[in-house]
Design a binder for this molecule. Sequence first.
Ligand code: TEU
Length: 603
Amino acid sequence: MSPADPNPDLHPGSVARGDWWKSAVVYQVYPRSFADSDGDGVGDLGGILDHLDYLELLGVDVVWLSPVYRSPMADNGYDISDYHDVDPLFGTLEQLDELIAQLHARDMKLVMDLVVNHTSSAHAWFVESRSSTDNPKRDWYWWRSPRPGHEPGSPGAEPTNWGSAFSGPAWTYDSRTGEYYLHVFTPHQPDLNWENPEVRHAIYAMMREWLDRGVDGFRMDVINVISKVVGPIGADGRVTLPDGVVGGERDTRWPGVVDTDVFADTPAFVLNGPRVHEFLQEMHREVFSGRPPGLLRVGETPGCPVEEAVLYTDPSRGELDMVFQFEHVDLDSGPKGKWDLRPMTMLRLKQSFGRWQDGLAEVGWNSLYLGNHDQPRCVSRFGSDAPEHREQSAKALATVLHLHRGTPYIYQGDELGMSNPGFTRLEQLRDVESLNHYATAVARGENPADVIRALAYKSRDNARVPMPWDASPGAGFTAGTPWLDIHPLSSSVNAAAQVDDPDSVFSHYRRLIALRHAEPCVAHGTFRMLLANHEQLYGFERSLDDTRLLVVANLSSAADVVPNLTELVAWSSAEPLIASVPGSSPAPTDPLAAWESRVLRLT
Ligand code: TEU
């Protein structure tokens, strides 16, 4: 490797080894909110093509593109009606080919979103499946008879008492054939029946087509939901699905909403199910093996404990490269779930991340994220969006995240330090999860103002507000009317204001990404937590051969926090690599200002 080599792990050698992604940084584009090139108020592929210089300047290696397939958009594209085409709202297949080519020309990769736990109810497979009980595709989805003794279609007649992740029952009655179909998400997202080998092989064929088209891997939506707990074959010749206990404890691993007063705890029946590893190994054989190594497979796995993540990501098992676990994004949820708000504490975040670092230290790999299109903005949640702290806390969070062992994911706008926009009215929201929750909670008698407050903190729309490119009224996002209001801070917090400013959040992200590329210890070093019980400071050490890195961050708004000397004294001669306070050259044991972070190297 030459000293000028920007990313040694992206060399042909490591691509051949297949684990180039250990030193890569992934950037998530949520196309609807990224950039609108045709003035209809919705982001599109043309908008992404217009901003590739920006991504190249940032230095990211991979773009993960949230779904652009044909879709009725009941869940903004996570309800796919045609896996083989681009929705006209986003552009054309030719533009997607152009995006693949342009990214490759810039040494970047494209990872597509793969949503195969469910399709849209408008997908041709489901249209066929629902047409009659003896249609050849009937068994491609989960159709079941109403509960005996109940009026079909009435509450309580559902085949099982499972709740959906987006409010209401997980079953919808279809009067045409007198049966219910299962949907863990909205009724517009019927679950595919992975028990049926025809379903699995149709999906694998579709995946092979995308790889043949040139994409570099997949982010697999709720991939640990594909295998359901099934009982013995019932009188109708189909496997039975069991009832759960109503009124029990919520399974805290499930980040979605399940009203356990009315429904059984669904996650127990759908998360990390009995055949999920078998299915993923089959997918590996059918789709990935026999191709050049290095295609990225990242699974989205809500409710995945670290022991299970080891199984998913152990390279010798041939399943996934890494998973998105949800433990840290559930730390501010109470016993009643996502909308039952609890304060997020730094200590619990540190304990959670620390456990995952230890759990995947020997086998497997972490994906590192603080936000995505389903989560509120990380600055507002784990940092501080008070005007005096927003930028510094954005930098501190990024420093801590990017220096962990694992592959960091940047959600669009986090590199600008975007905060939650401060929703105050239901009319400002569009997301199906938020709207359903409001309707159900208010109908249940909750105070509407309290429901709005919870939505303002946790609604998925917080992250879906358009990307601010400049200070113009449409934020450079659109020349038309944006589908979701422009962020109130867009006139000051925007890309144009930050790309050339060496002290900006954007420039800080650039330095972190460049460090990962240049310093093998960031990707490959071991991890050791320091200051484990400190309530303000997050500190850890990375170590590879003769290189040791020290990361210390004050993840609090308290000023002048002094690190514990005994743990850090060995670091007194360390060289500062990245400091979040402009122009500073801190020693490891200097007091840290509010949200100050530093990275030092000892060689
Ligand atoms: O998310 C899965 C998932 O667990 C989310 O539903 C999450 O629980 C919720 O946003 C938090 O309340 C994936 C996609 O990322 C999400 O956008 C989709 O809505 C969902 O699957 C269904 O496809």
